[in-house]
Design a protein around this ligand. Structure first.
Ligand code: HSE
Length: 440
């Protein structure tokens, strides 16, 4: 065997603890996989006194990041700080400094990759080292290597992912127990599924970072995070979930990226998914990514998208990959997304919609709404009336055929002005109708 390779770790939170645990417990296996033993040089933490999930020799702990990044005996840096309080620019600078020293860098940091991926990959191209970021999307699910390597020969047509475990757990609980968003959020926070500040998860930002990364790899193009249309789950009610169930659907927070004739579309929003679609049975905190390639057809990966060991699994795979490269003095097979595909506006998106209206219960109301929708070319697939007869307001619930979003919005403006319509309670996109070949 060659000389052991030293790895320096920055951050010892949940993911860092998982990585250290796997490095210690699977030491022999990792040595065999990497062809050389992988030794922890040191672990940079903010507070060395803190109690941690894994026992480690205190002498391994340090507070000096720059001393680690500048240590010529450490060819591999593993950055696992996450992004507390918008610190992504700081983590990006550490990665750039390490690459400038020709080191290999593994990161689990989705915010850094989503925001600065192009800059970092360009720096990695110039470095003798490399950048590895499998753990930045969907934790233990190996989706990045799958797209970059296993599916490299495909033109990817579409990706639909449940890639936020917190919101999937919450929607699953709302569906199972007919609970409100607020009560499920409180319970999820009590159990540690949701953060004290749940904004990034419930507003869809976490999923937007992840789909920006995946679509950029799948379509080999730059996808600025700001171009991802993003809606969270805060407006989903127990009533919407019940209506979905009655119509044969479940509601999931889905990240979607599709190839169009003239560009791509990338979006995150709550979505009606038919109960028969493979994504519909992805429950609790699980993640799954369903994609369509022109050669491979339909493909789905399912697993744990967070947690110390699942995310650690992805980081360790990158560490082994990097160590193999270091041994043979080579670099990862990089592909810097270099195209600038047109990213379509949400107004131009074509999909089906669920519309929940609250109306006066009397003859002619349904006809008035159907006429207003029809005037904007919105055609209806199904209509049901929910609620108790003659007990105002009642719900008229519609599923439309495919329609351009801008037309739907114009039609809804007209509907909301009808004197017999109290309000439009919710509008949710419907996806996944024909999974064998179609893209919607
Ligand atoms: N907060 C994320 C989730 C995990 O709930 O899936 C980290 O990406």
């Amino acid at each position: 065997l060659d000389k052991p390779i030293k790895v320096g770790i920055i951050g010892m939170g949940t993911v860092g603890s998982g990585v250290v645990k796997i490095l210690i417990e699977n030491r022999d296996h990792i040595t065999q996989q990497a062809g050389v033993s992988v030794d922890i040089s040191r672990i940079v933490v903010k507070n060395p006194e803190k109690n941690r999930a894994v026992d480690i020799d205190p002498y391994l702990l340090s507070t000096d990041i720059h001393e680690l990044i500048n240590d010529p005996t450490v060819p591999l840096i593993v950055e696992l700080v996450g992004c507390p309080n918008g610190s992504s620019a700081i983590a990006k600078d550490w990665i750039l400094q390490a690459l400038a020293q020709n080191k290999h860098v593994v990161t689990a940091n989705k915010e850094v990759i989503a925001k600065y991926g192009t800059q970092l990959l360009e720096a990695a191209e110039k470095s003798a080292g490399g950048l590895y970021y499998e753990a930045s999307v969907a934790g233990g699910i190996p989706i990045i290597k799958t797209l970059q390597e296993s599916l490299a020969g495909n033109r990817i047509q579409s990706i639909m992912g449940i890639i936020n475990g917190t919101t999937n757990y919450m929607l699953t609980q709302m569906t199972r127990f007919n609970q409100s968003f607020d009560s499920v959020l409180k319970e999820a926070q009590r159990l540690g599924y949701a953060e004290a500040d749940p904004t990034s998860d419930v507003e869809g930002y976490d999923a937007a970072y992840k789909i920006a990364i995946l679509s950029s790899i799948a379509f080999q193009t730059k996808v600025p995070v700001e171009s991802v249309h993003c809606e969270g789950i805060t407006k989903i009610t127990a009533e919407d979930i019940q209506n979905a169930a009655n119509l044969g659907y479940v509601i999931k927070l889905v990240a979607i990226a599709k190839r169009l004739k003239d560009g791509i579309q990338v979006r995150v929003h709550p979505t009606f998914i038919p109960k028969t679609h493979p994504l519909a049975s992805v429950n609790d905190a699980f993640n799954a990514i369903f994609l369509q390639g022109d050669a491979v057809g339909d493909l789905m990966l399912y697993g744990k998208g967070a947690g110390m060991l699942p995310t650690g699994s992805a980081v360790i795979a990158d560490i082994i990959d990097a160590v193999r490269n270091i041994r043979f003095n080579c670099k990862p097979r990089l592909s810097v997304p270099n195209k600038t595909e047109h990213i379509s506006s949400i107004n131009d998106t074509v999909s089906r919609f669920y519309i929940n209206t609250k109306v006066v219960d009397k003859p002619g109301v349904l006809a008035d709404i159907a006429t207003a929708l029809g005037e904007e070319n919105v055609s209806l697939q199904s209509v049901i009336q929910m609620g108790i007869d003659h007990n105002d307001p009642v719900s008229l619930v519609f599923i439309t055929h495919e329609v351009k979003e801008i037309n739907l919005r114009k039609a809804l403006e007209k509907v909301s002005q009808l004197p017999t319509v109290y309000k439009i309670a919710n509008v949710i996109r419907v996806e996944g109708a024909n999974i064998n070949g179609g893209t919607n």
